[in-house]
Every structure is written in structure tokens, then in C-alpha cells.
Design a protein around this ligand. Structure first.
Ligand SMILES: O=C[C@H](O)[C@H](O)COP(=O)(O)O
Ligand SMILES: C=C(OP(=O)(O)O)C(=O)O
Ligand SMILES: [Mn+2]
Length: 450
């Protein structure tokens, strides 16, 4: 692996989806400040996650990765973080119990503040302003002042990520994730829904089994804490580069802003700056693969980012769209598998299924999400490869952003609690419902392999 490129080297590659900062000296000063700040995660933790993802790629574990499309600074509150974590942990329980495979839990949390956009600008009426690019770059308010690209916000990302991760670490190791309390992870608004009722039954069953195990005097430390990892799209070159440090154990660069960093669909050019940076860091790397991806592109990306074919290094997150996945995914999976590569295959059933509702909301249909998930399982079952995980935009709250699901959210309902600043997320109910559906497919896949 050649030396870590400098920020200047990366900018020479003409990176896409970057902010346009007015004052280069101010940016350099922020980057200097970031470089001095302590790491948010440790290299050893990234290695641990890579080992777990190696298990995913070998077909022995399943990845659950989820959280907001765009975290916000205002969203760094105890209840918001707790609700998201509870949703993810509940989903993981459903998946683990049904499929009887370990579930690797990764949040789109503690760093997901930078957004690629289809357009650089947004127009409302006769006013056109820079598009919102995530709290890392500018503010959501539709004013010139808020939409200015402000490098100081990168320090805000560090602080918000640090506060989030601190609470997450306390929650998952300090008793909150104790399986004996999983009953209470179901919140009032979920409890009476069909998925909520199923969850109650399932947790009652597990709790009885745990009580039995305890009564037998069997130690169950593993049931009291959870391993939870952070992830985000590594889009801001300034931030990601400044947070990349040389690990004193291995003398290799690690991006210490999150455990897993992924490269987005819009910035995965083979000779682009994002691939160039990520190929030099030792974290596990996710790569989004949209509907234009050919098998050759996937293979070239894998060769560039993971020349050593290290298990757990690469997670391919496919987001083809419900109507396309059955046609497009087989060739990619088949050729990558035939090349001898072992990668984790993960389904993002969100980003290929976005549309605008008749009443003007960016939304997704729960039925499309389920359809893409089913297509993903169909393809892998057919090829005999392992459907390794799910990548979901979700929230722990009772929002109305995606239509459908057991509550039959209609387009007319979207306006009541549409809170996302970017893409529509599954709400708590829809997330749990999805987990039950995925669990059923996972059982089938596991059975068909054994
Ligand atoms: O989260 C993903 C992208 O940022 C988002 O889908 C792009 O959305 P846009 O088309 O509204 O810019
Ligand atoms: C921007 C995103 O996805 P993609 O790169 O797949 O479009 C995202 O995950 O929010
Ligand atoms: Mn998104």
C-alpha cells in the first residue's frame, strides 16, 4: 500500500459532491484543529468489526446497518439516540432469534452528516439557493446565510459524533442493551401494531428462556451487553482526511471518525478521490452499487480497494431498485463470486426506490422496500450466495415519511410528521415489520444452505 495521499493530492483528482468554501485559510485552520482532536474510534475496534464482517461474507453472520439518511446537530438528544438504538436492537433480536445467526449491528450514526445531492441548488418560488448538503456543510433553513458552506461546521460534526458515540457506548455496555429488558424496547406507539404484538410475544419467549438459563446457574454475560459500531458515508474529504491517523500498533492509517466508512454511489469513480482515500485506510469499507454497476466495475473497485482480498474488508451495498434488482444483481454477484472474492453482500432497499408523491413529498413505498429485499434474497438463494445484510434508513420515532406498511400510511398522511431533512426513513413500526419479513427470508436462506 503506497503512502496516504495528502488532501492536496485528493483535490487534484477533482472530487465530486464537495462544498465550495469561500476562504481556503479558514478551511486549513479547521482541518488543523480536527487533526489535533482525539480519535472517535480505535483501530482495534475497526479490526474487530472487519473480523465480524468476514463472518458475514463467509455466510456465518448477518449485518444490520441503519439510521438516519442525514443526522442533524439538533438531533443529538438522548431520546433520539435511544429510540434509534432501541429500534436497531429490537430488529436485531427479531433477526437473531428467527435466523439463529449472529447479527452484526452498525448504526448510520455518529458521523452521518454529509449528503451528496442530485442538484447543487434548490429553488423555491423565484428564489434559488445552494442545496442543503448535510449539517456538516450548511444549514437546512432556506436562507442565504444558512445555505452558505461553512467549514466551522466540521468541528460541529466532530462534537456531535463524539456526543452520540459516547451515549451509544454507555447505553450498549451499561445495562440498556441487557436482553432482560428488551421487552421495554418496544415503545407505546409500536406495542399495539401487528409487528409490536409479534415482538412482545417473541421477547416474552426469549425472556422465559433466559430466566431458565439463569435458574440453571449458567453465566450469561453475553446477554447483558452488545457490540455496536458506527458508520457513515465518507464524503467530506477535509473531515475524513483529518480524522485519518496512523495506528501505533500496525503503523497503518485508520479513519478514526467511524468504524465502517462507505463510499456513495455518486463518488465511487475508480480514479476518484474517495476511492483513493479509502483504499489507503484499513477500516472496513462499504461501497454502494447502484443500477448502472457492471460486474467489471465491481471487480475493479474490489481490486483497487482490497488488492489483498482480505476477508471483511469490502461490503458491497447494492441499491438497484425493486424493479431492477432481479435483472441486474445476478451478473454482478456471479462474476464477483467466480473471481474468488469473498465480499459481504448487503441490500439497501431504500435508495433505488425514492419517488415524489402527488402532494410533493420525497417518499418511498414500504411495498417497494420489501420487494427489493425479496429480490435480493431471491437472487442470492438462486446463486447459492449469502444474502449478508440490510442497510436501512430508519428512525426510532413515529414519523410519516414512507407510505404503506401495516399502518397503511397514505400520501395524505405524509405531511403530519415528515421530519427528515433529506431522504424518507422507515418509522419504528415499519422498521420492525421489515425485520420480521427479513427474518422469514433469512430462515429460508439458511435452511437452503444447510
Ligand atoms: O441520501 C441520498 C442522497 O443524498 C439523496 O438521495 C439525494 O437526494 P436528492 O436527489 O434529493 O438530492
Ligand atoms: C446517499 C446515499 O446513498 P447512495 O450513495 O446509495 O445514493 C445514502 O446512503 O444516503
Ligand atoms: Mn439517503
Amino acid at each position: 500500500m503506497s503512502e496516504l495521499p495528502t488532501l492536496k493530492d485528493l483535490h487534484a483528482l477533482k472530487p465530486l459532491q464537495q462544498p465550495t468554501y469561500a476562504d481556503a485559510d479558514e478551511v486549513a485552520d479547521v482541518v488543523r484543529q480536527l487533526r489535533r482532536l482525539p480519535p472517535l474510534v480505535f483501530a482495534g475496534e475497526c479490526d474487530e468489526l472487519r473480523d465480524k464482517l468476514a463472518e458475514v461474507s463467509a455466510g456465518h453472520a448477518f449485518l444490520l446497518q441503519g439510521g438516519d439518511c442525514a443526522e442533524t446537530f439538533a438531533g443529538v438528544t438522548a431520546s433520539n439516540i435511544q429510540n434509534k438504538l432501541r429500534t436497531l436492537l429490537s430488529m436485531a433480536i427479531v433477526l437473531t432469534y428467527a435466523a439463529q445467526v449472529p447479527v452484526v449491528k452498525v448504526g448510520r450514526m455518529a458521523g452521518q452528516y454529509t449528503k451528496p445531492r442530485s442538484s447543487d441548488t434548490e429553488t423555491r418560488g423565484d428564489v434559488t439557493l445552494p442545496a442543503y448538503r448535510g449539517d456538516a456543510v450548511n444549514g437546512f433553513d432556506f436562507t442565504e446565510q444558512a445555505r452558505r458552506h461553512d467549514p466551522q461546521r466540521l468541528l460541529g460534526v466532530y462534537n456531535a459524533s463524539s456526543a452520540t458515540l459516547n451515549l451509544v457506548r454507555a447505553f450498549v455496555k451499561g445495562g440498556f442493551a441487557d436482553m432482560r429488558t428488551m421487552h421495554s424496547w418496544n415503545s407505546a406507539f409500536v406495542r399495539n401494531s401487528p409487528a409490536g404484538v409479534r415482538y412482545e410475544q417473541l421477547t416474552a419467549e426469549i425472556e422465559r428462556a433466559l430466566a431458565f438459563i439463569e435458574a440453571c446457574g449458567i453465566e450469561s454475560e453475553q446477554t447483558r451487553t452488545v457490540d455496536f459500531y458506527s458508520s457513515h458515508e465518507g464524503l467530506s474529504l477535509e473531515y475524513e482526511h483529518a480524522m485519518t491517523r496512523i495506528d501505533s500498533r500496525t503503523h497503518r492509517p485508520y479513519n478514526t471518525s467511524g468504524h465502517l466508512i462507505w463510499i456513495g454511489e455518486r463518488t465511487r469513480q475508480l480514479d476518484g478521490a474517495h476511492v483513493e482515500l479509502m483504499r489507503h485506510v484499513s477500516n472496513p469499507v462499504g461501497i454502494k452499487l447502484g443500477p448502472t454497476t457492471t460486474a467489471d466495475t465491481a471487480l475493479e473497485l474490489a481490486d483497487r480497494i482490497d488488492p489483498a482480498n482480505q476477508p471483511g474488508r469490502i461490503t458491497f451495498i447494492t441499491r438497484m431498485g425493486a424493479g431492477k434488482i432481479r435483472d441486474l444483481l445476478p451478473d454482478v454477484v456471479e462474476k464477483v463470486t467466480a473471481s474468488g472474492r469473498q465480499v459481504a453482500w448487503v441490500c439497501d432497499p431504500m435508495h433505488g426506490n425514492t419517488f415524489e408523491s402527488a402532494n410533493g413529498f420525497k417518499t418511498r413505498a414500504f411495498s417497494d422496500v420489501i420487494d427489493e429485499v425479496n429480490g435480493f434474497f431471491d437472487v442470492h438463494d438462486e446463486l447459492g450466495t449469502w444474502p449478508g445484510g440490510m442497510h436501512i434508513e430508519l428512525t426510532g420515532d413515529d414519523v410519516t415519511e414512507c407510505v404503506g406498511g401495516a399502518q397503511e400510511l397514505a400520501e395524505a398522511d405524509l405531511s403530519s410528521r415528515y421530519e427528515t431533512l433529506c431522504d424518507p426513513r422507515l418509522n419504528r413500526n415499519q422498521s420492525l415489520e421489515l425485520a420480521f419479513q427479513v427474518a422469514e427470508r433469512l430462515v429460508q436462506s439458511r435452511n437452503s444452505r444447510s
